[in-house]
Write a protein that binds this ligand. Structure first.
Ligand code: PGA
Length: 245
C-alpha cells in the first residue's frame, strides 16, 4: 500500500517544521509513504524525512539540461533528495497544456534519473456524464505508456484521479473507483508482464473517513492525497488505514 501526499502550491517552512517531525515520529505499520512538496522545499524536507517516508516533487522536466527557463530536471530532483515525482497531474494538464506524450516523456526522464514517476490519469465530469470515462482514461494510459520503457512494475506508480473529485469533497464511490482501477489493471496486464503488477493509487478527496473503505477494494493499492495531506493528523490517519489493509 502507498499513501502519497501532494502539497500542491501550499506549505511553508513553518508547516515543514510542524508536519515532518510528527509524521516521522508517529508513522507506524507497513505502508509506503511519500510526500510531494514544492521544489524549493526539497532540500529542507530531505534533511528531515526518515524511515519509509520518501520525498517527492510534483513535476519534472522532460529534458536533462539546457536552455529551459523555469524547468527542473530529474537529475536536480535526485540531487536534492527526491525519490518520487508526480507527472501529468490534472492541474498540469489543465493549466499548463500538458499532453499524454509530454507526460510519457517526463516519466521517462524521471526513470532515467532513478526517480519513481507517479503517472496521473482521470476523466472530467463532462466526460463521465457522457459515458466516456473509461475510454478517456485508457487513452491517456495507452498514450503515456507508448512514450516510456520500464522493466519492472516497481519502477513507477499509476494514480487514477477523477478530475471532478479533486479538491471538491466529492469522492468517487468505492464501486466507481474500483471499477476504473479494474479496467486499468486489465489494460496494464495486456500491455506487458512488467506493467501487470504496477500499483494503482486512487486520488480525489481522500480523507480519514473514506480511506479505509477505498483501501479495502481489490484493485486500489493506495492513495494520492491533496487537501488532507496538509494536516498531519489527517495524513497519519490515512496512512494508518493503509497499514491496516
Ligand atoms: P484532493 O487532491 O485530495 O485535495 O482532492 C488530490 C490530488 O489532486 O492529488
Amino acid at each position: 500500500m502507498y499513501v502519497v501526499g501532494n502539497w500542491k502550491m501550499h506549505g511553508s517552512q513553518a508547516l515543514i517544521h510542524q508536519f515532518l517531525p510528527k509524521l516521522c515520529e508517529q508513522l507506524s505499520g507497513d505502508v509506503n509513504v511519500g510526500l510531494c512538496v514544492p521544489f524549493p522545499y526539497l532540500p529542507a524536507c530531505a534533511g528531515m524525512l526518515s524511515g519509509n517516508v520518501k520525498l517527492g516533487a510534483q513535476d519534472v522536466s522532460e529534458h536533462q539540461t539546457g536552455a529551459y527557463t523555469g524547468e527542473v530536471s530529474a537529475g536536480m530532483l535526485a540531487e536534492n533528495g527526491a525519490k518520487l515525482a508526480i507527472v501529468g497531474h490534472s492541474e498540469r494538464r489543465e493549466y499548463h497544456g500538458e499532453t499524454n506524450a509530454l507526460i510519457g516523456r517526463k516519466a521517462a526522464a524521471a526513470l532515467a534519473a532513478g526517480i519513481t514517476p507517479i503517472i496521473c490519469v482521470g476523466e472530467t465530469l463532462a466526460q463521465r456524464k457522457s459515458g466516456r470515462a473509461e475510454a478517456v482514461v485508457l487513452e491517456q494510459l495507452d498514450a503515456v505508456l507508448a512514450e516510456f520503457q520500464f522493466s519492472s512494475a516497481r519502477e513507477w506508480l499509476l494514480a487514477y484521479e477523477p478530475v471532478w473529485a479533486i479538491g471538491t469533497g466529492e469522492v468517487a464511490t468505492v464501486a466507481e473507483a474500483q471499477a476504473m482501477h479494474a479496467t486499468l489493471r486489465e489494460r496494464l496486464a495486456q500491455h506487458s508482464e512488467a506493467a501487470k503488477g504496477v500499483s494503482i493509487l486512487y486520488g480525489g478527496s481522500v480523507k480519514p473517513d473514506n480511506a479505509a473503505a477505498l483501501f479495502a477494494a481489490a484493485d486500489i493499492n493506495g492513495a494520492l492525497v491533496g487537501g488532507a495531506a496538509l494536516k498531519v493528523n489527517d495524513f497519519l490517519a490515512i496512512c494508518a488505514a493503509a497499514a491496516d489493509e
